[in-house]
Design a protein around this ligand. Structure first.
Ligand code: ZN
Length: 294
């Protein structure tokens, strides 16, 4: 059993859900992010957030996968102050919805003053809603941005056990672990952080508070990277118990602090594709499958 605790399924096809379910992925967490181009209005943001708690949750269920999400204003769009202000006003409406396991993904992109402003405001929202925080760390100036994010979290009185620092690599892992944060790694298929490097990190640092995700989205990415890396870890001599922690248990423990995700959620993953969401099904004319015959 695997959890992919950071994946942008809205940008993926149903084939991915089928392949992930077959590979043993039982649950996914989809953080709100940007579209690849800037949104021009709060209304498109609102519809997107509504799809994360609505249609996408339903679509996953039709393939036997439990879908959760994180709600937040991403760092790129924090730089459009008029949009950011409007989005901040609608976030509370979504943070209280079923299946929302964190505020996220939030943090720094270019490390601007506006990014910092909305990071701080959203940390306060996380405290108010008693939700964990999923932090996106920047791809440029990663160490500086990661250290600054942890400083700011602590300034706002968040306990490191409430915060998941994501997109770590060899340069950040030690300090993030030492400061007590959940330390997540995104497996990118070609650059940044590959499965082989992850095996080495797991060998060096063990499995405490470490977990992995695919962050698969509309770019070159791999929704199967959690199960694939799990296999590589097992073949590299990492114990079953440690692989289970890194690819399932630790993410569950981090996000179950929201009160919105627990193991019993997927004990019954039965589905019936004849079901509808607001009058619509996932079908395109084919015969609906039931989990008993899938
Ligand atoms: Zn992401």
């Amino acid at each position: 059993m695997f959890i992919d605790p950071h994946i942008h399924m809205s940008a993926r096809t149903t084939d991915d859900y089928q392949a992930m379910a077959e590979a043993g992925v039982v649950a996914v967490i989809e953080p709100a992010f940007w579209l690849g181009q800037p949104r021009t209005s709060v209304d498109s943001y609102r519809d997107y957030l509504a799809s994360l708690v609505g249609w996408e949750r339903f679509r996953a269920s039709q393939f036997g996968i439990k879908h959760y999400c994180a709600i937040g204003l991403n760092s790129k769009e924090a730089n459009n102050e008029a949009l950011a202000e409007a989005v901040m006003a609608v976030l509370p409406l979504f943070l209280a919805k079923e299946g929302v396991v964190a505020v996220g993904e939030i943090g720094f992109d270019e490390q601007t003053a506006l990014e910092e402003k909305y990071l701080r405001l959203q940390l306060e929202l996380a405290k108010q809603f008693e939700l964990p925080v999923m932090v996106h760390t920047p791809h440029r100036d990663k160490i500086k941005g990661t250290l600054l994010t942890m400083d700011i979290c602590e300034e706002h009185g968040l306990d490191p056990s409430q915060v998941i620092i994501d997109h770590n690599n060899e340069t950040t892992v030690k300090q993030v672990l030492e400061r007590g944060y959940w330390t997540a790694f995104t497996l990118y298929p070609q650059t940044k952080m590959g499965s082989e490097r992850m095996v080495n990190i797991a060998k060096e640092y063990g499995a405490e508070r470490i977990f992995i995700d695919s962050s698969a989205d509309w770019g070159v990415s791999d929704p199967m990277s959690v199960p694939k890396t799990a296999n590589l870890m097992l073949n590299s001599g990492i114990s079953k118990e440690e692989v289970h922690k890194i690819c399932y248990q630790n993410a569950l423990e981090a996000y179950c602090q929201s009160g919105q995700i627990e193991e019993s959620d997927w004990q019954d993953a039965s589905f019936d594709q004849a079901e509808l969401f607001e009058g619509n099904s996932v079908l395109r004319g084919q015969k609906p499958l039931k989990s008993s015959e899938a």
